[in-house]
Design a protein around this ligand. Structure first.
Ligand code: GLN
Length: 488
C-alpha cells in the first residue's frame, strides 16, 4: 500500500498543498488499495471511480493555478450506500433497490462536491441501516480488518472498514441508534453523530426520521471535525435541519479542558462490561483526571428503557417510511403479478430481507389501532423521560463519558439467530438518538485479543465543539489512534 494512504486527512491536505503528491495520484492510490483488499473485506457495493478521478483532476488544476483549496479537497472519501449521488447505484444494501440509479445528489454529496472531496464509492451497510453487525446486507457481509472472523459493527460497517483499512481516508455514515459510533468502536477509529438536525438528511434513505442523522468517520478527531464542518448547515430541503449557524469544529480542539466537568455514566459502568472494556474505561477516567478534568458520577435512571423505547419508535417510523417501496415508484418490481395487490405484496416479499420484514411487522403492530396507546404512545412518554435524564445530567457535567459498547467486536454469526442479543449491543448509543444530542466514539485501547475498544463521549445539543475538544484531548493523551490493523 502507498504509505500516504495511512496518513490523516490533515497530513494528506498538507502533502497536496506542498505538491508532495497530486490529488489524482492520491485518489488513484486509494483505488489500488481497494482493488487489493475490497474483496476480502466486503467494503463497497459499488465504486464511483470516474467521478472521483474527475474531482481529483479539478483539485490538481486548482493547485496548478496556485489557488487556495477548500477544506478536505482531494482527500478520498467513501459514502454509505444509503446516500444519493447522481449516477451512482444507491441500494441501501437491499435487493429492492439493487438496480436503482440516483437521479440526484443528497445535500451532503453536494457539499462534498463543492469542496472537491473525491467520493470513491458507495460503502456496504446493513439492509436499510437495520443492524449492528453488517451481516444484514442483501449482497455480502463486511469483515472486521482487525480479525476477519469478526463483525465490523453496523449498520455503517463498510464506511468504518473503508477508513480503518485505509481504502479511504474519510467516510460518511448514518446513525439512528448507534450506526456510526458502534462500527467506529469495533474498527478502532473515530465516528461521530452530530446533533439531530445539524446535518441535512435530504437524499439520505430514511430509517426512522425522528432519530436519523448523518455524521463523519475518520482516523482522528481533527479530521472528523473538519468533515463535520464541510457537511453541516441549514438546508431548506430538509424541514428538520436546524436554521442556526455552524462553527469551524476544529477550531476549539486544543482548548484546555482543566476544570471541565466530565460525567461518568453510572449505569454504563456496571452491568455486563467485558473485563478488558471495563479496565479501559477505568484508564480513560484516569486520563481525564490527568488532563485536569473534574470527574463526577452521573446517573441516567431511564437509560435501561432506551432499547425498548427505540425498538417501538424506530420500527413504527421505519414501517411507515418503507411503505414507499411498493414496486411503483422505485426499484424492484416483481415480474409475475396478475393484479395490483399481488404486485405490491410479491414485490415487497421478494425485495425485502428478513430483518426488514421483522421490523415492518413490529412497527405495523405497534401503530395498529387498539395497540397504539399501549406501545407507541407509551414509548413516546418514556422517550421524554430519557430526554429529561440527559437534561438533568448536563446540569452537573459538561460532557458525559461511558463505553460505546460493553464488548468488542463479536464473532460472525454469533448473534444472528438471536435478534434480541443483537439489539442489546446498542444499549450505550441509543440514548443520544432519543435525546437528539451529539456523541462520538474514540479509540481507548485494545482487549487481550487485540480488538479495539471505543470510548463514547456525549455533549448537550449543539455543543459539537466542546465534544470534539474533550475527544481530541483524550485522543492525544494516548497513541491508540495511531494503530492500524496488520492483517490486511
Ligand atoms: N443497530 C441499530 C438498529 O439496528 C441502529 C441502526 C442505526 O443506527 N442505523 O436499528
Amino acid at each position: 500500500m502507498n504509505e500516504i494512504l495511512k496518513k490523516t486527512a490533515a497530513e494528506q491536505s498538507a502533502a497536496l498543498k506542498n505538491k508532495e503528491i497530486s490529488a489524482t495520484e492520491l485518489t488513484g492510490a486509494a483505488f489500488e488499495r481497494i482493488a487489493q483488499i475490497d474483496e476480502k473485506l466486503g467494503t463497497f457495493n459499488s465504486l464511483t471511480q470516474d467521478a472521483a478521478m474527475e474531482t481529483a483532476r479539478k483539485v490538481d488544476e486548482k493547485i496548478a493555478r496556485g489557488e487556495d483549496l477548500p477544506l478536505l479537497a482531494g482527500v478520498p472519501l467513501a459514502l454509505k450506500d444509503n446516500m444519493n449521488m447522481t449516477g451512482s447505484r444507491t441500494t441501501a444494501s437491499s435487493k429492492i433497490l439493487e438496480n436503482f440509479v440516483s437521479p440526484f445528489n443528497a445535500t451532503v454529496t453536494e457539499k462534498l462536491n463543492a469542496n472537491l472531496v473525491p467520493i470513491v464509492g458507495k460503502a456496504n451497510l446493513d439492509e436499510f441501516a437495520m443492524g449492528s453487525s453488517n451481516e444484514n446486507s442483501a449482497f455480502r457481509k463486511v469483515y472486521n480488518p482487525w480479525d476477519l472472523n469478526r463483525v465490523p459493527g453496523g449498520s455503517s460497517g463498510g464506511s468504518a472498514v473503508a477508513v480503518a483499512s485505509c481504502q479511504s481516508t474519510l467516510s460518511l455514515g448514518s446513525d439512528t441508534g448507534g450506526s456510526i459510533r458502534l462500527p467506529a468502536s469495533f474498527c478502532g477509529i473515530v465516528g461521530m453523530k452530530p446533533t439531530y438536525g445539524r446535518v441535512s438528511r435530504y437524499g439520505l434513505i430514511a430509517l426512522a426520521s425522528s432519530l436519523d442523522q448523518i455524521g463523519p468517520f475518520a482516523r482522528t478527531v481533527e479530521d472528523a471535525a473538519n468533515l463535520l464542518t464541510v457537511i453541516s448547515g441549514h438546508d431548506e430541503k430538509d424541514s428538520t435541519s436546524l436554521n442556526l449557524p455552524f462553527e469551524n469544529y476544529a477550531a476549539a480542539l486544543n482548548n484546555d479542558i482543566k476544570g471541565m466537568k466530565v460525567g461518568v455514566i453510572k449505569e454504563l459502568m456496571t452491568e455486563g462490561l467485558a473485563p478488558d472494556v471495563e479496565k479501559a474505561m477505568q484508564r480513560a477516567i484516569e486520563d481525564y483526571k490527568k488532563l485536569g478534568a473534574q470527574i463526577v458520577e452521573i446517573s441516567l435512571p431511564n437509560i435501561k428503557h432506551s432499547i425498548g423505547v427505540y425498538y417501538i419508535l424506530m420500527t413504527a417510523e421505519s414501517s411507515s417510511n418503507l411503505a414507499r417501496f411498493d414496486g411503483v415508484k422505485y426499484g424492484y418490481r416483481t415480474p409475475n403479478a396478475t393484479n395490483l395487490m399481488e404486485m405490491y405484496t410479491k414485490t415487497r416479499a421478494q425485495g425485502f430481507g428478513p430483518e426488514v420484514k421483522r421490523r415492518i411487522m413490529l412497527g405495523t403492530y405497534a401503530l395498529s389501532s387498539g395497540y397504539y396507546d399501549a406501545y407507541y404512545k407509551k414509548a413516546q412518554q418514556m422517550r421524554a423521560l430519557v430526554v429529561q435524564d440527559f437534561a438533568e445530567a448536563f446540569k452537573k457535567a459538561d460532557v458525559l463519558i461511558g463505553v460505546t459498547c460493553p464488548n468488542t467486536a463479536f464473532e460472525m454469526g454469533s448473534k444472528t439467530a438471536d435478534p434480541l442479543a443483537m439489539y442489546l449491543t446498542d444499549i450505550a448509543t441509543i440514548g443520544a438518538n432519543l435525546a437528539g444530542i451529539p456523541g462520538i466514539s474514540v479509540p481507548m485501547g485494545f482487549d487481550a485479543d487485540g480488538m479495539p475498544i471505543g470510548l463514547q463521549i456525549l455533549a448537550p445539543q449543539l455543543q459539537e465543539s466542546r465534544l470534539m475538544n474533550a475527544a481530541h484531548k483524550f485522543e492525544r493523551a494516548n497513541d491508540y489512534y495511531t494503530k492500524r490493523p496488520q492483517n490486511v
